[in-house]
Write a protein that binds this ligand. Structure first.
Ligand code: BDP
Length: 694
């Protein structure tokens, strides 16, 4: 067991369930099988899945008369059932148990073949989580239209912020050779409803838009297509200039617009269902329309016009990061984009990170959600754990995403959650989506660790249905990935659910953020203060001094709170209502001030660091007890990774406490273990060859 099979392991079910499922195992009926590649895949998947779940057995012999019937209304036997398909939309499906003269059928039906494929995977998932085969009455439709992975994969196969080996896209051998792994990738994504992949890094190279690379992307698109996955490309703003084909990249220059139109036509000739472009512009040194004194809307709309005739879209990123508003980096995206509400073309969607700064272990929700009613906003999460311990630390991210999606923007009164902005229901937008920065690489286990597979899985499941709880998703995942046995699922889920808060506690407790050492974002560097720009330095974010710590974002400080709707702004600005989670994000607080717990802030901070380390110890203990129930290879790797996490949580705790004790000149609270080394020891640690940073 090397993890390659992800959550699609299809191991024999517990006996009672196995006996119930067995009679269906050899009787998959799919009339469109011969005429539709996607239906053929769906049928094959059910056969493969059932064969695994049932194992070799007598009951599975053909002739039981029970069948699994799948298809669209184009299949006569599906049409005859008169199922309520009209309300299912493009991607939805129904699963029904139907009894006919002593025989049972499980029916999976949809409007389009891809809906049948989603239904096939849903059926297999349900069977592994204890569903009654004779009582299916299920109807699902996804909440958002675009369910995408953003690959930050470079053309040389390095992956920016990737910790699972090289890029799975073997560009060098494409288009002549398509690695069979692309098919397994497509299958895994289809199993959780993902329907788009941006193949290359947002920090893009112009090369990816040239003929040879379009041919490579087209080959990947051919493999992904039957699984319902469209290909998108990140576009470098200045590509036409760098390729020496235009004199400028000014979006209002007709020659530039003509170039992009021709480029779009060329791409669509090779990839007729190409999804469109993702653009990072005027951010972190990337070129963009502002280089020509044009706005983000000017840029996005010019590209949008190029892909519109083909039904394509432009995803314009709101992650802008340049020195426009140096008083507070957290305010920049809102300042730049809010005034552009209503200025974007119909086929443009803004891609907004969940929080206003970057993918930190905890941030409040991004103030743009709810602030641009006329513009569709999709949310961007980071599945890869750039700021949460790479692939070695166990951190299940669904609770973080759930927190962001559940946050109330109050844009149209109470209940205007980020989820409702994102799924379009708040403002009736139809171009809706969620994107996740992929954690997929060429490692045999895809994601660098077993538990990081859960983040890929959870992202897909939440994009499909943001109302699923992080716990329910963890249960599904654990049952399929390990075994549908409560003695396994319960402790695994308990570990997962405490893991993200653990990272927050040992890295950046109480609303702190961005305290990582330079470059790699792995270890602690709260003391770093020597980088060229103020907002590159951790000291800019924590603002600790002798008196206190925290970033004052109230009216007496940067007033970032004013970017939120008034009820939210008032709560964030109110020291007594903001809550511990965001306290130091919004407030500068004296070290000796009392917290809700009764401790001083300083004692509370130390307590949180200790709590984080203790959580890791707890995860270790739970995992150790699972040894008899988990296969050796995965058990061993998780065990060792947890040991690394324990060691590094302790490193974070010790280094941070040493530093903040030095700054605050406060003695350690009574009974607290002093850091193992002095501050200089921690400052001297460096990681010149950390993965994912180029
Ligand atoms: C930051 C990463 C950087 C990315 C950037 C982005 O450190 O590598 O290029 O986000 O989202 O978190 O564009």
């Amino acid at each position: 067991e090397d993890g390659y099979d992800l959550w699609l392991r299809y191991q024999p079910l517990p006996e009672a369930q196995r006996v119930a499922v067995a009679p269906y195992a050899h009787s998959v009926v799919a009339e469109e099988r011969g005429s539709d590649g996607t239906i053929a895949i769906a049928a094959g998947e059910i056969e493969r899945g059932l064969a695994g779940l049932v194992g070799p057995s007598d009951e599975a012999a053909p002739g039981s008369g029970h069948v699994v019937l799948i298809g669209t209304a184009a299949a006569p036997s599906i049409a005859a059932l008169d199922l309520p398909l009209t309300t299912l939309g493009e991607d939805g499906f129904v699963i029904r148990s139907v009894a006919r003269g002593g025989k049972h059928m499980i029916v999976v039906a949809a409007n389009r073949p891809v809906g049948v494929l989603y239904g096939a995977f849903a059926l297999l998932r349900r069977l592994q989580t204890g569903a009654d085969v004779t009582a299916f009455d299920l109807r699902e439709t996804p909440r958002v239209a675009l369910r995408l992975l953003n690959h930050w994969d470079n053309l040389d196969r390095t992956v920016e912020r990737g910790y699972a080996g090289q890029s799975i896209w073997d560009w060098w051998k494409l288009p002549d050779y398509a690695d069979p792994r692309y098919t397994d990738y497509a299958r895994a994504n289809a199993s959780i409803g993902i329907n788009g992949a941006v193949l290359n890094n947002v920090n893009a190279r112009p090369d990816s838009l040239t003929g040879p690379w379009i041919a490579k992307a087209a080959k990947v698109a051919d493999v992904l297509r039957p699984y319902g996955i469209k290909v998108y490309l990140s576009a470098r703003w200045s590509a036409p200039v760098e390729l020496n084909e235009t004199a400028t990249a000014d979006p209002l220059d007709p020659a530039v617009a003509t170039w992009w139109k021709a480029k779009a036509n060329e791409i669509y000739r090779a990839i007729p269902d190409f999804g469109g472009f993702l653009v990072k512009a005027n951010s972190e040194g990337q070129p963009g329309p502002q280089d020509y004194k044009r706005s983000h809307a000017d840029g996005a709309n010019m590209l949008a016009a190029a892909v519109a005739p083909h039904g394509g879209i432009v995803m314009w990123r709101a992650f802008v990061y340049s020195q426009v508003d140096p008083e507070d980096r957290a305010k920049q995206a809102y300042s730049e984009f809010k005034p552009l509400d209503g200025a974007f073309a119909d086929n443009v969607v803004l891609q907004v990170k969940n929080g206003p700064i970057d993918f930190q272990p905890r941030e409040p929700f991004h103030p743009l959600f709810g602030a641009m009613p006329k513009t569709p906003l999709m949310i961007e999460f980071q599945i890869t754990k750039e700021y949460l311990g790479f692939a070695t630390h166990l951190a299940y991210l669904a609770p973080m995403w759930e927190e962001a999606l559940g946050a109330d923007t109050y844009a149209k009164g109470k209940g205007s959650t980020v989820a409702k902005v994102v799924d379009g229901s708040l403002e009736r937008h139809r171009l809706t989506g969620m994107a996740g920065v992929a954690n997929i690489g060429s490692d045999r286990n895809w994601s660098g660790s077993t538990f990081d597979q859960a983040n890929w899985y959870a992202f897909g499941r939440l994009a499909w249905d943001h109302a699923l709880s992080s716990e329910a998703i963890a249960r599904e995942w654990a049952a399929q990935t390990f075994a549908p046995d409560p003695a396994v699922v319960d402790p695994v889920v308990a570990m997962m659910l405490e893991s993200r808060q653990a990272v927050v506690d040992y890295m950046t407790p109480l609303g702190l953020a961005h305290l990582m050492a330079t470059g790699h974002h792995y270890g602690p560097g709260p003391w770093v203060s020597d980088l060229a720009r103020p907002e590159w330095n951790p000291v800019y974010y924590h603002r600790a001094d002798r008196e206190g710590i925290g970033f004052d974002r109230t009216a007496s400080g940067s007033n970032a709170v004013a970017q939120y709707a008034p009820p939210v702004a008032r709560r964030f600005a109110d020291r007594s209502r903001v809550g511990d989670d965001y306290l130091l994000w919004f407030h500068h607080v004296g070290w000796d001030e009392r917290m809700a717990s009764g401790r001083s802030l300083w004692a509370e901070l130390v307590h949180r660091y200790d709590r984080g380390v203790a959580s890791v110890a707890d995860m270790q203990a739970r995992w150790a007890a699972l040894e008899p129930r988990i296969d050796d290879a995965r058990f061993e790797q998780v065990t060792r990774f947890l040991a690394i996490q324990r060691q590094e949580a302790t490193w974070w705790r010790d280094a941070s406490i040493a530093y903040f004790a030095d700054v605050s000149k406060r003695p350690l609270p009574e009974g607290v273990r002093p850091p193992a080394h002095d501050l200089d020891h921690y400052k001297a640690i460096s990681h010149p060859f950390a993965p994912g940073h180029h």
